[in-house]
Design a protein around this ligand. Structure first.
Ligand code: CP
Ligand code: NVA
Length: 302
């Protein structure tokens, strides 16, 4: 049976651990320059409704390194842009290629594509989830700390797609998640409810200092995500006290790392000093998209 990755909840904790272990091996192979091409002859389509640098390039590079190929489809340049039903597109693409990455607005669009497709569908970001980013961030964290168990992970800022995906990660793995979000900008209430119901260590409050105190991992993201450009001014006001800066970072554990999925808005959600500073892990974090997604593609398409 085909598998999809619509949210992290599509994976069991054992599957996440095995993907992380495999990504670690593939990273080592990549470093040695060795060729490993299990996806020879396979094709991945990327349907994108929003801009992307990292997600697009890391998936395309991953596919090529594994021996396969890709087709990039900005949705507005396809018949989908002229209202051909997604269900029809899903069935046609399933006859041509081996998998699809889709970046779009509504999570329902991704679910609908997956429902009608006979091939694996991977969520490359929606308004509510960014599973590939957070799964590869787990690789970065486990590389730095030798695992995830018992770590305190802080989220500072918007309760957006990234925050939601961190909650789904905390539903599957054993680390403590503390989210500091301004009132009115909290993460998905259904996910918070699920975390409470399952008794998972997911804590939400308004104070960044509370979230960051003693944390090993400090995470942030832009204040206005793609599609929220009109709200940017109002958000700048609401998020003023949610900046990851040297003063806030001093409260974290001495060996803490800072993560940001990028692109970053310097001097808004994060200062240049922190982003470019010794505790920033953002470049390794960006690199790990490639290695994690190779493990994911090998598993889903292999
Ligand atoms: N972090 C991330 O998904 O970046 P892109 O928008 O460049 O793909
Ligand atoms: N929250 C951001 C992440 C970008 C990778 C957005 O959705 O625009």
């Amino acid at each position: 049976m085909k598998r999809d990755l619509l949210t992290i909840l599509d994976l069991s904790s054992a599957e996440i651990h095995s993907l992380l272990a495999r990504a670690h091996e593939l990273k080592a192979l990549h470093r040695q320059g060795s060729h490993h091409t299990p996806l020879t002859g396979k094709t991945l389509v990327l349907i994108f409704d929003k801009p992307s640098t990292r997600t697009r390039v890391s998936f395309e590079a991953a596919m090529r390194q594994l021996g396969g190929g890709t087709i990039f489809l900005p949705r507005d340049q396809t018949q989908m842009g002229r209202n051909e039903p997604l269900a029809d597109t899903a069935r046609v693409l399933s006859r041509y290629v081996d998998g699809v990455v889709i970046r779009t607005f509504a999570q329902d669009t991704v679910a609908e594509l997956a429902h009608h497709a006979a091939i694996p569908i991977i969520n490359g970001l929606t308004d509510t989830h960014h599973p590939c980013q957070v799964l590869s961030d787990l690789l970065t964290v486990s590389e730095r700390f030798g695992g995830l168990q018992g770590l305190k992970v802080a989220w500072v800022g918007d309760g957006n797609n990234m925050a939601n995906s961190w909650i789904t990660a905390a539903l599957r793995l054993d680390f403590e998640l503390y989210l500091a979000c301004p009132p009115g900008y909290e993460p998905d209430s259904g996910l918070l409810h699920l975390a409470r119901e399952k008794n998972r260590p997911v804590h939400l409050g308004p104070d960044p200092r509370w979230a960051v105190a003693g944390a090993q991992v400090v995470n942030t993201d832009v204040w206005a995500s793609m599609g929220q450009e009109d709200e940017a001014q109002a958000r700048r006001l609401a998020f003023q006290t949610y900046q990851v800066n040297p003063e806030l970072l001093k409260l974290a554990a001495p060996q803490a790392i800072v993560l940001h999925c990028l692109p970053a808005h310097r001097e808004e959600e994060i200062t240049s000093e922190v982003l470019e500073g010794p505790q920033s892990a953002v470049w390794d974090q960006a690199e790990n998209r490639l290695h994690f997604q190779k493990a994911l593609l090998e598993w889903l398409l292999g």
